[in-house]
Design a binder for this molecule. Structure first.
Ligand code: AMP
Ligand code: GLY
Length: 438
């Protein structure tokens, strides 16, 4: 079977590797935004173009006689790529446009939770102009609010009081800026706790969870510096995280399940693809930060690397609405993923510089991201460059592997040395313990 992957970053590299491991030996094709040599070497067809050019992607899928498509990023979902592929009779992993609103519209997601009484909803309100904004910010209190642009903003639409906004005046100015862009906003209560990601495979009805992962958004060691796409992540042997209780895990799973149910009731359609719940464990339980309609990046790298069962069969079961939890098995191993990013990332990254991966020992766990292959060289193009996933019997052993291998890449890059270290993990556990004691 010919399988089309849309996207060419590390997440899609991990998707391609997992599909390629299938005993069904699929033929892979890729429509990406640049040439990722890691993906290219696994594919028979590769085309570079804008990921939002739905017509071009559908035409190529037909020309390449694709039997299954897997959509990596959110931008093509927001343009209705899944709708068009299904219409062309190409079964697709990734929800249709209306269902993808669970990610593309923050107010849609919050209203759905409210309407269907889904637990984990923080106090929030939506605004379409400045009317009432100041009053609500003051109700939540200084340093206790978060302002979110309603639509997709490339991960840059959220500003948190205390971190990015320091006075009401600054918050009001930010709201004003968003309205000027023609967007609405959601303002919500600021939650304090530990964030984690729970992704699930969905066939429209069944929701099968993957191991829970924790991402690290800040650019520098000790969670300092600006927010990024994610500098690295880890998961534990038991598919939970050291600071979560069994009850927390069950709560998060139930929330994802309830959202899928609410979406299919509300929109009378089936959600086929990945639902990624971004949660925060607080002193009074699990709350929802947001939902994404796709695999997380880096989270996909952690989980797909240890996916034991046939990923092609899982995708086939999703599109035929025949998914069962017994079909989905992950190794009971810990994973630590570290991203190497260009010096200056995320604000002023150095661009178009050559990197060398020759010294990386086990390249099957190296995933290339924002790169372009030019004249046999791998050029780093400015966003996250490459990620390595260490896999072992403990988080600290996985960390050692990831650290050694990510360091072996040469070029003007940096990474976070602390991700997955005992020191950082125990700090998280300790913070959570103290929070629960309040
Ligand atoms: P989002 O794009 O919604 O994932 O938000 C980006 C980041 O903002 C999250 O990873 C959180 O760190 C933070 N954030 C979003 N919503 C909240 C909230 N209600 N309370 C605290 N932090 C939040
Ligand atoms: N890990 C963050 C994201 O994929 O949106």
């Amino acid at each position: 079977m010919n399988i089309l992957i849309i996207g060419s970053a590390a997440r899609e590299h991990a998707i391609a590797s997992a599909l390629k491991r299938s005993p069904q030996q699929p033929n892979l094709c890729c429509y990406g935004s640049a040439i990722n040599p890691g993906i290219k070497q696994m594919t028979t067809h590769y085309h570079v173009g804008p990921l939002t050019d739905v017509d071009a992607i559908v035409n190529l899928a037909k020309e390449w006689e694709v039997g299954l498509a897997v959509i990596g990023p959110e931008a093509p979902l927001s343009k209705g790529l899944a709708d068009q592929l299904w219409q062309a009779l190409i079964p697709t992993i990734g929800p249709k446009k209306r269902l993808a609103q669970i990610e593309t519209s923050k107010s849609f997601a919050r209203h759905l939770m409210q309407q269907y009484h889904i637990p984990g909803l923080p106090r929030y309100r939506q605004f379409s102009d400045m009317n009432g904004v100041e009053k609500f910010l003051k109700e939540l209190g200084e340093n206790h609010y978060v302002v979110k642009a309603n639509g997709l903003m490339d991960g840059k639409g959220v500003k948190v009081a205390g971190d990015h906004l320091h006075f009401f005046q600054e918050a009001l100015a930010y709201c004003h800026d968003i309205f000027t862009l023609g967007q609405t906003i959601v303002i919500e209560e600021k939650l304090i706790g530990q964030e984690f990601s729970l992704m699930c495979f969905c066939d429209g009805k069944q929701v099968v969870p993957m191991p829970i992962v924790q991402d690290h958004k800040r650019a520098f060691i000790d969670d300092k510096g600006p927010n990024t796409g994610g500098m690295g992540s880890y998961s534990d042997v038991d598919h939970s995280l050291p600071f979560l209780s069994e009850e927390d895990v069950q709560q998060a799973k139930q929330i994802n399940q309830a959202v899928i149910h609410a979406l299919s009731t509300e929109l009378s359609d089936k959600y086929i693809g990945i639902l990624y719940g971004s949660f925060i464990a607080t002193c009074d339980g699990i709350y929802v930060i947001e939902f994404n309609a796709r695999f997380g990046d880096p989270e996909a790298l952690n989980v797909l690397t240890i996916l034991e069962s046939d990923f092609v069969a899982i995708c086939q079961a999703m599109v035929t609405e025949d998914l069962s939890s017994t079909q989905v098995r992950f190794l009971h191993q810990a994973t630590v993923c570290k991203y190497a990013v260009p010096n200056g990332y995320p604000d002023t990254p150095i661009k178009n510089v050559a990197i060398d991966i020759a010294a990386v020992k086990n390249k099957t766990r190296l995933y290339l991201a924002s790169v372009n292959a030019i004249d046999g060289k791998i050029m780093a193009t400015g966003s996250r460059t490459a990620a390595y996933v260490g896999v072992a019997d403990s988080i600290s052993a996985a960390e050692e592997i990831a650290e050694r291998e990510i360091r072996a890449i040469t070029g003007p890059l940096f990474h976070r040395e602390d991700i997955g270290t005992d020191k950082l993990i125990w700090r998280r556990v300790d913070e959570m313990r103290r929070l629960r004691a309040t």
